[in-house]
Write a protein that binds this ligand. Structure first.
Ligand code: UD1
Ligand code: CA
Length: 457
C-alpha cells in the first residue's frame, strides 16, 4: 500500500453561516463538522494528517488536538493556496495525499477508501470524488470529454449556462500523488471570478501535462453535502441523525420515534434498549442492554448498565448501574455514581454523590457531595446542606440508614450504620450507628388555647 497523507481544509471563516462560531466548528449531531471529517480520515491508516487553519485557528487546534499537524493559512486566498500551506510538511514525500474539506461532515471513511482504491487502480495522479446532485447550485461542476474522461472542474460562479446544467459535482474530496500535487499547485492561478486559487484547477493542470486524472462517483450525494449556510447545516443534521439512528436500530435498539430521537455519533447502546421520543444521548455516553430511556430525557457523557429506566430526566457525567429507576423529573449532575437497584424519584437532584446498592431517594430531595451506603432510605424532602457560602462539605450516610422526611443533614456530618433520623430533624452532629436521632423542637399542644387568641371567627 502507498503511504497515505491527508490534508484537511479548515481555514475559512464561513461568511455564509453568519455566525461568531467558525464554520467548521459548527456541530452536527453534537460534534463539530471538522471533527466528523477528521474522525473518518483517521480510520484510513494515514501516516500524517495536516489541518489547514486560519480563522479560529486556536479553537480548531484545541478541538482536534494532537492527532493532526497544523499549517497556518494567514490569508484565505483559496483552496489551492490552503493546500500549499502544507508544503513544508508534505512536499517531496512519496505517497498519496487525500484532501478533504472540513465542511463536509457526512463523508465516510469507506467512501474515501473506495476513492483510494480507484486512484490506485487507474494509476492516476489525481482522482476526484464526484457525486450526482439533484440541485448542483454552488458546487464545482465536473467537465468530461467525449470519451467520458475528466477534463477539468469549473466552479459554479465561473460556469457557463451550459456547464451549470451539469449535475455531476466536485465533492471537494480528492486523492493526489503527493509530489505531483505540490508541483502542480505552483501553476495554479487566481484568474477567475472570485480571484482565488482553486484546488480543482490542479486537475486541469495535470491533465494538460498528459497525466492520468480520474473521477470516482459515489452514489450517495448526501454523504458529500458541503455545509456553507444554516440551511445546509440543518440538512446535514437531518442526514447524520438518520444515519446514526438507523445504525442503532439495525443493532437491535428500538427507537419509538427516530425523527424525534437525538443520538450523538460516539454513543454506544446495547440491544433491546428502548428509547422514547424527545430523548438526547450525547457525548461519550455508553448505554447497556434492555434499558428504557425517555421520553424527554437528556443524557450526556454517562455510563449506564442494563435494565435501567430513566424517564423525563437529565443526567450528565455520571455512572448509573443496572436495575436503576430514575425520574420522572430527576437531575443527576456530574460525578455521581449510582449503583445497582437504586431509585431516584420525582424532583430529586443528585450532585457528586455515591449511591450504594438499592438505596432510595424517592421524592423532592437534594443530595450533593455525599457518600450514601447501600439500602439507605432518604425520606421525601430531605437534603444535604453541603455549602456554607464558601466551601462544600461531605455528608456520609452509612449502610441501612433511614432518614425521615424533610430532614436537613448539615455537612460535614456522618450518619452511622443503621441509624434512624426522625422526620423534620436538622442534624448538625454525627449520629452513631443504630441510634435514633431527633433534632427538632418537641411538640407542645395547648388544650383549648385557640379561644384565648382573640381571633375573629
Ligand atoms: C469547494 C470547491 C467546489 C466543490 C465544493 C464542495 C474550490 C475552489 N471549490 O467550493 O468545487 O464543489 O467545495 O463542497 O475548492 N478553505 C480554506 N482556505 C481557503 C478557502 C477555503 O481553508 O482559502 C476551506 C474552507 O474552510 C472549507 C473548504 O476549504 O472547509 C472549502 O471551502 P469553501 O469556500 O466552502 O468552498 P466551496 O465554495 O464550497
Ligand atoms: Ca463548502
Amino acid at each position: 500500500m502507498l503511504t497515505r497523507y491527508a490534508v484537511i481544509l479548515a481555514a475559512g471563516q464561513g461568511t455564509r453561516m453568519k455566525s461568531k462560531l467558525y464554520k467548521v466548528l459548527h456541530p452536527v449531531c453534537g460534534k463539530p463538522m471538522v471533527q466528523h471529517v477528521v474522525d473518518q480520515v483517521l480510520k484510513l491508516n494515514i501516516k500524517e494528517m495536516v489541518t489547514i487553519i486560519g480563522h479560529g485557528a486556536e479553537d480548531v487546534k484545541s478541538q482536534l488536538g494532537e492527532k493532526s499537524s497544523y499549517a497556518l493559512q494567514a490569508e484565505q486566498l483559496g483552496t489551492a493556496h490552503a493546500v500549499m500551506q502544507a508544503k513544508e510538511i508534505l512536499s517531496g514525500k512519496e505517497g498519496v495525499t487525500v484532501v478533504v474539506c472540513g465542511d463536509t461532515p457526512l463523508i465516510r471513511s469507506e467512501t474515501i477508501e473506495a476513492l483510494f482504491a480507484h486512484h490506485e487502480q487507474t494509476e492516476a495522479k489525481a482522482t476526484v470524488l464526484t457525486a450526482w446532485a439533484n440541485d448542483p447550485t454552488g458546487y464545482g461542476r465536473i467537465i468530461r470529454n467525449g470519451e467520458g474522461f475528466v477534463e477539468k472542474i469549473v466552479e459554479h460562479k465561473d460556469a457557463s449556462l451550459e456547464e451549470r446544467n451539469i449535475h455531476e459535482i466536485n465533492t471537494g474530496t480528492y486523492c493526489f500523488d503527493n509530489k505531483h500535487l505540490f508541483e502542480a499547485l505552483q501553476n495554479v492561478s487566481n484568474d477567475n471570478v472570485q480571484g482565488e486559487y482553486y484546488l480543482p484547477d490542479v486537475i486541469e493542470i495535470l491533465k494538460k501535462q498528459g497525466e492520468t486524472v480520474s473521477a470516482y462517483q459515489t452514489a450517495d450525494f448526501g454523504e458529500t453535502l458541503g455545509v456553507n449556510d444554516r440551511v445546509a447545516l440543518a440538512e446535514a443534521e437531518r442526514l447524520m441523525k438518520l444515519r446514526i439512528n438507523e445504525a442503532h436500530m439495525r443493532n437491535g435498539v428500538t427507537l419509538i420515534d427516530p425523527l424525534n430521537t437525538y443520538i450523538g455519533p460516539d454513543v454506544i447502546i446495547g440491544q433491546d434498549t428502548v428509547i422514547y421520543p424527545g430523548t438526547i444521548l450525547a457525548g461519550k455516553t455508553v448505554v447497556g442492554a434492555e434499558n428504557k430511556l425517555g421520553p424527554g430525557t437528556e443524557i450526556k457523557d454517562c455510563q449506564i448498565g442494563d435494565l435501567t429506566v430513566i424517564r423525563q430526566s437529565v443526567a450528565h457525567d455520571s455512572v448509573i448501574g443496572s436495575h436503576v429507576n430514575i425520574g420522572p423529573f430527576a437531575h443527576i449532575r456530574p460525578q455521581s455514581d449510582i449503583h445497582d437497584e437504586v431509585k431516584i424519584g420525582n424532583f430529586v437532584e443528585i450532585k457528586k454523590a455515591v449511591f450504594g446498592k438499592a438505596s432510595k431517594a424517592s421524592h423532592l430531595s437534594y443530595i450533593g457531595d455525599a457518600e450514601v451506603g447501600s439500602d439507605v432510605n432518604i425520606g421525601c424532602g430531605s437534603i444535604t446542606v453541603n455549602y456554607d457560602g464558601k466551601n462544600k462539605f461531605l455528608t456520609k450516610i452509612e449502610d441501612g440508614v433511614f432518614i425521615g422526611c424533610n430532614s436537613n443533614l448539615v455537612a460535614p456530618v456522618t450518619i452511622g450504620k443503621g441509624a434512624y433520623v426522625a422526620a423534620g430533624s436538622t442534624i448538625t452532629e454525627d449520629v452513631p450507628g443504630e441510634a435514633l436521632s431527633i433534632a427538632r423542637a418537641r411538640q407542645v399542644n395547648k388544650e383549648n388555647y385557640v379561644q384565648n387568641l382573640n381571633i375573629k371567627k
